[in-house]
Design a protein around this ligand. Sequence first.
Ligand code: THG
Length: 266
Amino acid sequence: MFEVIGERINTSRKKVQAAVEEKNAEYIIDDVKKQQEAGANFIDVNAGARIGHEKEDMEWLLNTIGPITSMPLCLDSPDPAILEMAYEMVEQAPMINSISLEKDRFDTMMPFLKGKDCKIIALCMDDKGMPVSSDDIIERAQKLINELEAVGMKQDDIYIDPLVQPISTDSTKGIMVLDAVRQIKKQNPQVHITGGLSNISYGLPERKIINRTFLTLMMDAGMDSAIIDPLDSKIMAAIKTTDMLLGSDNFCMEYLKGVRSNMIKS
Ligand code: THG
């Protein structure tokens, strides 16, 4: 079944930033509980928005969330030092978000990951920047998978983020990722595909219908996880319905449960 990484605990969101500044633990706890109730499988925690405060903000968020949930967290930072600190603070084996092929980040993260009990999101990013073709994404993903397996990580713990780019500037940016995801899954059936979706709709109006439709296409290609807002009932309904249509929902049980709980409505 598809895995939802709840994106809401991110200081780039104004209300979360205010809660962190005011040390309003109640707001954060309430939001995490809502995401959990809505069906999140992981809670992403990103404290990157207040420049110069990431370490203290991440520490406060983890100390606030840790005691009230047994959900695995998705520790979200480009800074390996923050990720190492955060890893030591959590009880449950976390998902680490992220590693990439950018040299400094790669060289610091690899020895850290060796022998660790965690899942890892691997971005198809290197020092040249974003990928420019399907083959580029596939090549970077394969390199990340090979290197991560070489330090003992299981394919089932690796989540490749192919990095979605805006369709408004280049009409091939949708199929570029879809084709790459198909190929990566063919070559590495146990590996997961994840990522944010909202970049696809950047620069266009009515973004949510674009993000939602792209998600269903991505699921057909092999995406089995995404970083989304679980309180967005339309995207959650699309996920459950697509899981069913793609054969991952025996006897349509989860779909029917979603309808009964009012989460799925046409
Ligand atoms: N890949 C990986 N990690 C990621 C991303 C990715 N982490 C961060 C991001 N992208 C996913 N997380 C979020 C969190 C919040 C929002 C979007 C993505 C969000 N955006 C509102 C909007 O766009 O309207 C912001 C405004 C607000 O509420 O203030 O909420 O791609 N591996």
